[in-house]
Design a protein around this ligand. Structure first.
Ligand code: ZN
Length: 180
């Protein structure tokens, strides 16, 4: 099974190369990535980008919950975003609101309430090579933006530093604020 790489690893901070031809190798990669994603536990992953398995190609998959089909994004670009990032409440600052926490399989046990636009329009190709333009909202909007960042070599922890959003580390069943 494909191994999910963790930071720091140079492939995670390298922009991915566009895919020119969706051939058998790409289809195989998608199958293998899906296997790695659905078999990941604690936490259950909701998305995985090719660089996270050491392949620097512009491809990611999402699976917002275990009962929906995996969706494949090839050469994706965020065309448009809308909706103010959710404002942080005071409550969020003191005690982390776990519902709004974003994490990454490549940055284990680290969580943060990163502010992201609520809707994102993404242009991409599906596995059949068909060009799509689609709006995403809610959890899907967060996931697609997170995964597009991966393809640009950007980890969510870097964005947290830029936005001065505190990071939390899992200690058993508690989240503790990471001291800067
Ligand atoms: Zn990630």
């Amino acid at each position: 099974m494909l191994k999910i790489l963790t930071a720091p690893h140079p492939v995670l901070t390298t922009p991915a190369t566009p895919i020119e031809k969706i051939d058998r190798k790409i289809k195989r990669l998608v199958v293998d990535m899906e296997e790695a994603l659905v078999n990941h536990r604690d936490p259950q992953g909701v998305g995985l980008a090719a660089p996270q398995v050491g392949v620097s190609l512009a491809l990611f998959i999402i699976k917002p919950n275990p009962s929906v089909e995996t969706k494949v994004f090839i050469n994706p670009k965020v065309r448009s975003i809308t909706g103010d990032p959710q404002k942080k409440t005071k409550k969020n600052v003191k005690a982390p609101d776990e519902e709004k926490m974003e994490g990454c399989l490549s940055v284990p046990r680290i969580w943060a309430a990163l502010k992201r636009p609520r809707k994102a329009q993404v242009e991409y190709q599906d596995l059949a090579g068909e060009k799509k333009i689609e709006w995403f909202s809610g959890l899907e909007a967060v996931i697609v933006q997170h995964e597009v960042d991966h393809l640009q070599g950007i980890l969510f922890t870097q964005k947290c530093l830029e936005q001065k959003v505190p990071l939390y580390e899992e200690h058993g069943d508690k989240l503790e604020r990471v001291k800067a």
